[in-house]
Write a new protein. Sequence first.
Length: 222
Amino acid sequence: MSALALAACGTPASPAYLPTSTSPSNASSSIIDSSGVAAQPTATVIPPTETPVPPTATPTEEPTAEPTAEPTDEPAAEPTEETADAEAADSGQAAGPIDEAREADIEFFVSLASASEGDTLFHETLALSDGQVWACSNCHNVEEDVAGVGPSLIGINERAGSRVEGEGPLTYMYNSIYNSQAYLVPEFADQAQHMPIYGETGELTDQQIYNLIAYLQTLPSE
């Protein structure tokens, strides 16, 4: 029975040959998963790497130097005698040197004088020896810089030193009272009547003239 069974079955089939390894080319092209299906390779996408671009400096416009004018050496105008006199008048100083000794003497006596008595005398009406009646305040304005018969005396302390060459301000004021005809202010030289000569004729004493000057020094500037 046993022999019969073996005869009936025949010779056992030889097992089919299965390769135990795959060629390198096949291994790299496909992968067999557990179900026996070859898995297709998936491509891994590698994002591109951004290459940093170095910042470029923005060009700045450099200021253009402005051309400077070349200095020209022009000769200065030489002062003339008329120019010097005008500048002296503007500065309140007489053109030319003044008699410093005379100015100092008058300054000393004026410092001892009475401005209040000079104020009273300036506004007082005086009867002169020739019969005329005069008052300084009738012709000279001391309230505002407005001329009357004579020039206003506002600012007289600034102008006095520029009137007559060689006379300081005090010397000029003294001489204008002592002998009013020695110098006439140009704008008033053609007046029909002129200020009396108070000192030379003895109408006023030196002390009264010094009192008047002391009062004039209290008047405001222009």
